[in-house]
Design a protein around this ligand. Structure first.
Ligand code: SF4
Length: 370
């Protein structure tokens, strides 16, 4: 039997980069890209072990749980190739208009029972502008915030003015989900109805209003490892508090229906690289984990993830919340959101994904690029 040689210098370099991150320094693009390009299983497991150490150092053993509600489904004017809700594609996705208060009350109740931090209202449309829909959205956010069961989040597409962002903030919104999806270079490959810069502009309005940003992307669309690296660097540059990482779930009827799945170890490596680049952020594993990772799901935390999207996704199914909670217990991790912090408005951790603005923290202003 031939023995495979493992380059021990790689382990030393991974450890050096890990030590730098633990000391509070950043790694640069060339160093990050080297991590993304690691191929050998032994190197990837060394990388994961280091990412796990970084997670524990910055985030401890608490795991944020979030869930989402499809507040308006299907018929979207945009053409994101991964999405079953685009009107450009023939899919089995449900279609309905903006929901009223009752389904959201139920979702908040269920989330609270399951120790879930936040419920995000997600809508399949291009974006939000002044008008009766914005009034309704603000009413729903106000109602959820007043109930106090979970933190209301929202992911409602593009915003084209500062006034809209300010109104969301005034309604009680603390955190807005708006993924960059991929690198600037790859973005036009998956969407041509709006641009990467439209997304950055939206994030700028939200940050100026004092709303925290939940922004990440989706991997497995045919992008390169450098695209994934550039996405993480861009998210670092904009100062996203929560970084959802989705893995493509190829939906019948979309242009990506036959896309080959990424190997699970490539996915875990990507999560670990994100932890190196965004050491103190909530890295949240979101859509596509069950179908892509199968038995390796629990390894996401050992690869550096610190947050989990639970419950069913917008148009696809997930494993049950009970199974997710058991998985966390088995790993010695705990779902941990302290609603009393929200009441006090004084979270001590500026990078925490709880959405409560730490005392004295200025809203970060629009981004530059890395
Ligand atoms: S904007 Fe959102 S809902 Fe619309 S097609 Fe793109 S991902 Fe889907």
């Amino acid at each position: 039997m031939t023995k495979q040689r493992v380059d021990v210098r790689n382990r030393d370099r991974i450890q050096d980069l890990c030590d730098r991150v633990l000391d509070g320094a950043s790694i640069d693009k060339e160093e990050a890209l080297w991590l993304f390009e690691l191929e050998e299983q032994a190197d990837i497991t060394d990388l994961m072990a280091a990412a796990n150490r970084i997670r524990q150092h910055f985030k401890g053993n608490r795991i944020h749980l979030c869930s989402i509600v499809n507040a308006k489904a299907g018929g979207c004017s945009e053409n994101c190739k991964f999405c079953s809700q685009s009107s450009a594609y023939q899919t089995q996705s449900p279609k309905y208009g903006f929901v009223d208060a009752e389904p959201l009350r139920q979702a908040s109740e269920e989330a609270k029972e399951n120790q879930v931090t936040a419920v995000g209202l997600v809508a399949a449309w291009k974006g939000l502008r002044e008008g009766p829909i914005l009034d309704e959205v603000c009413d729903r956010i106000r109602e959820m915030a007043a109930e106090g069961k979970v933190r209301p989040d929202a992911s409602l597409g593009l915003i084209d003015s500062q006034e809209v962002a300010n109104r969301l903030k005034d309604a009680g919104l603390e955190c807005y989900g708006h993924n960059l999806e991929s690198s600037r270079r790859f973005f036009p490959e998956h969407c041509t109805t709006h641009s990467f810069d439209d997304r950055l502009k939206t994030i700028g309005f939200l940050q100026k209003a004092g709303i925290k940003i939940c922004s990440g992307g989706i991997i497995g669309m045919g992008e390169s490892r450098e695209d994934r690296c550039d996405l993480a660097l861009e998210l670092r540059a904009i100062g996203a508090s929560v970084v959802p990482v989705n893995f493509l779930n190829p939906i019948d009827g979309t242009p990506y229906e036959n896309m080959e799945a990424l190997p699970p170890m490539e996915i875990l490596k990507t999560v670990a690289c994100f932890r190196f680049l965004l050491p103190d952020k909530e890295i949240m594993v979101a859509g596509g984990r069950t179908i892509n990772l199968r038995d390796l799901q629990s390894m996401i935390f050992m690869a550096g993830a610190s947050a989990l999207m639970v419950g069913n996704y917008l148009t696809t199914l997930n494993q049950s919340v009970d199974q997710d909670l058991q998985m966390l217990r088995d790993l010695g991790l705990s779902p941990d959101w302290k609603p009393e912090l929200a009441e006090e408005g004084s979270c001590a951790d500026s990078s925490c994904g709880c959405g409560v603005t730490p005392k004295n923290e200025e809203a970060s202003l629009p981004m530059g690029s890395f």
